[in-house]
Design a protein around this ligand. Sequence first.
Ligand code: NAP
Length: 327
Amino acid sequence: MERRGYYLRPATHAGHERHLINNVSICYLQRIIYMSQAKIIDGKAKAAELSAEISATTAELVESRNIKPGLAVVIIGEDPASQVYVRNKKRTAEACGFHSVQHTLAEDVSQADVLALIDDLNTDPAIHGILVQLPIPAHLDELTVTQSIIPEKDVDGFHFQNIGMLTAGNTTGAFVPCTPAGCMLMIEDQLGKDLSGLNAVIIGRSNIVGKPIASLLLKANATVTICHSRTKDLPQVARNADILLAAVGRPQMVKGDWIKPGAVVIDVGINRIEVEVAGEKKMRLVGDVDFAEAMEVAGAISPVPGGVGPMTIVMLMANTLQSAQRN
Ligand code: NAP
């Protein structure tokens, strides 16, 4: 891909200017000028750091108040991707020193049985966080199930009370959904907490990613645009973004020429595609962004895998710990 001229890596430190420059001025010579590949935002390393902090705080909580954060994960049916996610969540919870329980329910479980289990967990003092792994089988009503978890234990942040608080800008009282919370930490690491003057474009308007990340970005003073399948001239809108977040579920949809040079790109998508390696067909995980093309244009980008995924899991632990601390 053709290089696009000199540009400043956008504000890898808070408060730095984030300007595309065509001519190198004395002022800009004081800064590091890049014509190179994007910085990779290492979600795995950041998640490991946070996980160590959570473990330390958990040990203190056990020591000082004899409270061990308890996380209950409910999985319904045999979806292989869900099984992997749940296994990873359980493993991380145990590594953080949590009390971790998993309830595996049959694919054909009745809604009444699911709600009865959630009722038990809602009143179990050893459990501070409950999550039902989505998607759930079609005969169950997802809304009824997610809304049956009491807001105080809704560590996924899907209860209307938590959504409402987040939308109202109350991010300390609410449980913030884990993926958006993880994305925000990655963005803050690149650009600082105050995103005044920056344009953020989110592709995807789901309740679990697109909408809550919009609330968080707005609270951080970014100017936010949410795009979706009906957006006109999406590449043009995306090119306006200093922060571009893709949460679509379409492999490598965001191309290099959709990206403003120097932008921070957060790739939420997780897609399995078939690739041929040495004549053999293999499955590979890719994001919603064409990573190779984006590397040539962006200032920083989160990879898939190893970006948002690990951050999502660790934010679940952070929410569960927060719930236990509120006891
Ligand atoms: P979703 O509920 O299916 O929402 C997808 C969004 O993308 C919708 O708003 C949809 O628009 C929009 N969209 C679809 N095709 C489009 C197109 N051609 N152009 C523009 N917008 C388009 O998905 P989600 O739950 O938000 O998840 C999105 C992706 O993130 C998936 O790959 C998922 O696996 C991944 N994910 C990853 C994590 C993680 O931890 N890394 C967590 C959650 C999700 P409409 O609303 O108009 O249909």
